[in-house]
Design a protein around this ligand. Structure first.
Ligand code: GRF
Length: 187
C-alpha cells in the first residue's frame, strides 16, 4: 500500500511540487495543508487534484495546535513532510506523526527562520540543505540527509536560496525514498 503523505507548506511550494511530481515513489499525497491562505502551494495542490486545507494562526496558538493535529489526523498520514512550513509544530503533533522537515542550511549550523541570510552574514564558503526528523525543538531533530551548496562571490540571499532550493527538490525526493522502507515496517 502506498505511504499516505501529508505535506505542510507556507510558501511557493516548489519542494511540495517536486514531491507531487515524484511518481516513482510509492506514496500518495493525501493532503496539502498551509497556514497561509494565499500561498501558491495550495494552488499547486488543487491543480494536482490533492485535497487542501488552510489553518491560519488566529488569536490562540493553543487552539491552532489542536486544530493542526486534528486536521492532520483526519488524513491518517504515515508520514508528514514539512516543506517550507514556517510554524513550529507542537510536541503533541511530532509525537503522534512521524514528521520530516527540510531546512536551507547544513544543520546544526544556522537553525531558525533566516538560515540563508545568517550563512551569508557569517561568510561561510559553503552552506546547503538538511532533511531531518522533527522533534520538539527548532531544527534540532536527528539529521537524515544533507547536501552542500557553495556560496558564490556575488551571492545575495535570493540567488543563494534559489540555488539551495534547486538542490532541495532532489534531496527531499531522495530522502523520502530512503525512509519509506523504514516507515512501512511500522505500519
Ligand atoms: C526551502 O528552502 C526550505 O528549506 C525552507 O523553505 C523553502 C521552501 O521553498 N524550509 P518552497 O516554498 O518549497 O519553494
Amino acid at each position: 500500500m502506498a505511504c499516505r503523505l501529508v505535506i505542510l507548506a507556507s510558501g511557493t511550494g516548489s519542494i511540495a511540487q517536486a514531491i507531487i511530481d515524484a511518481h516513482e515513489l510509492d506514496i500518495e499525497v493525501v493532503a496539502v495543508l498551509s497556514d497561509q491562505i494565499t500561498s501558491q502551494v495550495l494552488e499547486r495542490a488543487k491543480i494536482a487534484g490533492i485535497p487542501t486545507d488552510c489553518i491560519p494562526v488566529g488569536n490562540s496558538r493553543e487552539l491552532w495546535n489542536i486544530e493542526i493535529i486534528e486536521k492532520t489526523a483526519g488524513f491518517e498520514p504515515d508520514l508528514v513532510v514539512s516543506a517550507g512550513f514556517m510554524r513550529i509544530l507542537p510536541p503533541d503533533f511530532v509525537n503522534r506523526f512521524p514528521t520530516i522537515n527540510i531546512h536551507p542550511s547544513l544543520l546544526p549550523d544556522f537553525p531558525g527562520a533566516h538560515a540563508v541570510r545568517d550563512a551569508l552574514a557569517a561568510g561561510v564558503p559553503k552552506t546547503g540543505s538538511t532533511v531531518h526528523w522533527v522533534d520538539a525543538g527548532v531544527d534540532t531533530g536527528p539529521i537524515i540527509t544533507q547536501m552542500q551548496v557553495p556560496v558564490l562571490p556575488h551571492d545575495d540571499e535570493r540567488t543563494l536560496h534559489e540555488r539551495i532550493k534547486e538542490v532541495e527538490r532532489g534531496l527531499m525526493v531522495a530522502t523520502i525514498a530512503l525512509i519509506l522502507p523504514t516507515l512501512e515496517q511500522n505500519v
